[in-house]
Design a protein around this ligand. Structure first.
Ligand SMILES: Cc1cc2nc3c(=O)[nH]c(=O)nc-3n(C[C@H](O)[C@H](O)[C@H](O)COP(=O)(O)O)c2cc1C
Length: 454
């Protein structure tokens, strides 16, 4: 078996970057302690990969915060610093078919029938406002009825009974579409939920790709070798052979299960949910399984994991289509709803054209801002300065109504229908002001003084 497991990754990563992994040996509870530790560390500018070895009520180690740091995601992708998006795009474009194998660690322990009991799993409660403990790293695998083309997507899930989960398909992506197809055909949709796998599999799962594009093949591209898969016992769905835990089951399109509220990426507790139910018939686990949690809310981890593949795709698309675009950035302050674009505008209107392209392509975006290429789009402060000094509302603002956005935006209606805003904060023609400057010689003196003062 090759090193496609989370454990293989953790061992290799910790050996290479011991300072970026923090093992917490003091006892913590399943109820919010881990979220609180992540929040406290983030307030101090620290985003280590966290391993909790003594979690009261958990029969295994809990690993979390894996995606909280972008430099760490770069290392996972073997990318040079600053090359995150290019590396993701390059590897994702080299998608490879899966390799089906007969055996794998996830087949180490299989509980089916009467032995299925979800209450034994060490789910965390992330926020005081949550309905209860949640699976936050669950990746649902589903396949179409004809060709077995698969889809991967994340779905928050709560244990509703020993054999069922309440879940939400509010993104209304490809899993939602597969479920509608199953409903039209009068059948239940077989699914498998992967909880804990190699981080490159997890990144691929968050990509929003065309219907029929199988993210398991993208995972193969990111891994640089075919994803090794085994079939689940009842429905034969192909899941990573080296996964930590896999729950196999079915979604009955007609069944409802209450779930939510849950602390979402918006920073709000949301009960907007499609209230679906997964009936679980099999639990598959490695013998040495750890519990992989994704930090909830608008944590760095949740935002990065949801965003990196999308940013990579959008930045590549923008630069490919609009030659004047020099950079783009999705600021964390805007959760998934804002993007800043830098343009080196050669003729009037180019910035607006790029903004309209972006608003059309990325359904999560609500406000996009264009600035000139000398403005650092990774800095909220610089973009807001450009907005303050270059932008006139009557002239530089485009609003488009009635578009499908995120149902988790509390200001949008319950279906997520939203309007979108493009703000052109480039200087534009006829702009007449001189930006203040300090000479290089004076800057050298300033640096010398500052070095002595601090
Ligand atoms: C950590 C994380 C949790 C997510 N939770 C949910 C969820 O509970 N429900 C949902 O519909 N989408 C959720 N999403 C978004 C979908 O997984 C994402 O849009 C997915 O890529 C859709 O893919 P698809 O169009 O291939 O189905 C989550 C994403 C991430 C990264």
């Amino acid at each position: 078996m090759s090193g496609q497991g989370l454990g293989d990754f953790l061992r290799g990563y910790e050996a290479a970057h011991p300072d970026d992994v923090c093992t917490v040996e003091r006892p913590v509870s399943l109820d919010q302690d881990i979220t609180a530790a992540v929040w406290e560390l983030a307030d101090r500018g620290r985003h280590p990969l966290l391993r909790f070895t003594r979690v009261e009520g958990a029969d295994r180690e809990v690993v979390t915060n894996l995606f909280a740091s972008r430099p760490r995601i770069e290392r996972v992708l073997d990318a040079e610093p600053g090359e995150l998006h290019n590396a993701y795009q390059r590897r994702a474009a080299a998608a490879r078919p899966m390799a089906e194998v007969d055996d794998g660690p996830v087949l180490g322990r299989i509980d089916a029938g009467d032995r299925v009991d979800l209450s034994g799993l060490p789910l965390l409660t992330h926020f005081a406002t949550d309905r209860g403990p949640y699976i936050t790293s669950g990746i649902v695998v589903a396949e179409d009825a004809e060709g077995g083309r698969g889809n991967l997507s994340y779905h928050r899930s709560v244990v509703a009974s020993p054999t069922s989960l309440g879940t939400s398909l509010h993104s209304r992506g490809d899993l939602w579409r597969l479920l509608q197809d199953a409903a039209a055909a009068g059948r239940r949709l077989p699914v498998a939920m992967v909880i804990g796998a190699h981080p490159l599999f997890m990144l691929a799962a968050s990509a929003r790709v065309g219907f029929g594009v199988d993210e398991r093949e993208i995972a193969g591209g990111l891994l640089g070798e075919p994803l090794e898969v085994v079939r689940t016992p009842r429905h034969g769905l192909r899941v990573p052979a080296a996964a930590e835990v896999v729950l196999e089951g079915e979604i009955d399109p007609a069944a409802e299960e209450d779930e939510g509220p849950f602390g979402e990426f918006s920073g709000y507790s949301s009960d907007r949910s499609t209230r679906n139910r997964i009936d679980v018939c099999t639990i598959m686990q490695r013998r040495d399984a750890v519990w992989l949690d994704v930090v909830g809310g608008n944590s760095h981890e949740h935002l990065n994991l949801g965003r990196v593949p999308r940013e990579a795709e959008m930045i590549a698309k923008l630069k490919d289509r609009f030659g004047s675009v020099t950079a783009a950035h999705y600021p964390s302050s805007g959760t998934h709803f804002h993007c800043y674009v830098a343009v080196d505008q050669r003729r009037p209107g180019e910035a607006r054209q790029a903004l309209l392209g972006l608003l059309g392509w990325d359904p999560y975006l609500k406000t996009v801002v264009a600035v000139d290429a000398d403005v650092d789009v990774t800095s909220d402060a610089e973009v807001l300065w450009a907005l303050a000094t270059h932008f006139q509302p009557d002239r530089d603002m485009i609003v488009i109504d009635g578009l499908p956005g995120s149902a988790l935006d509390p200001s949008a209606d319950k279906q997520g229908t939203t309007s979108r805003l493009a703000l052109d904060a480039t200087r534009g023609e006829g702009f007449d002001a001189q930006r203040i400057e300090i000479s290089d010689a004076a800057r050298t003196v300033g640096r010398q003084i500052a070095d002595r003062v601090v």
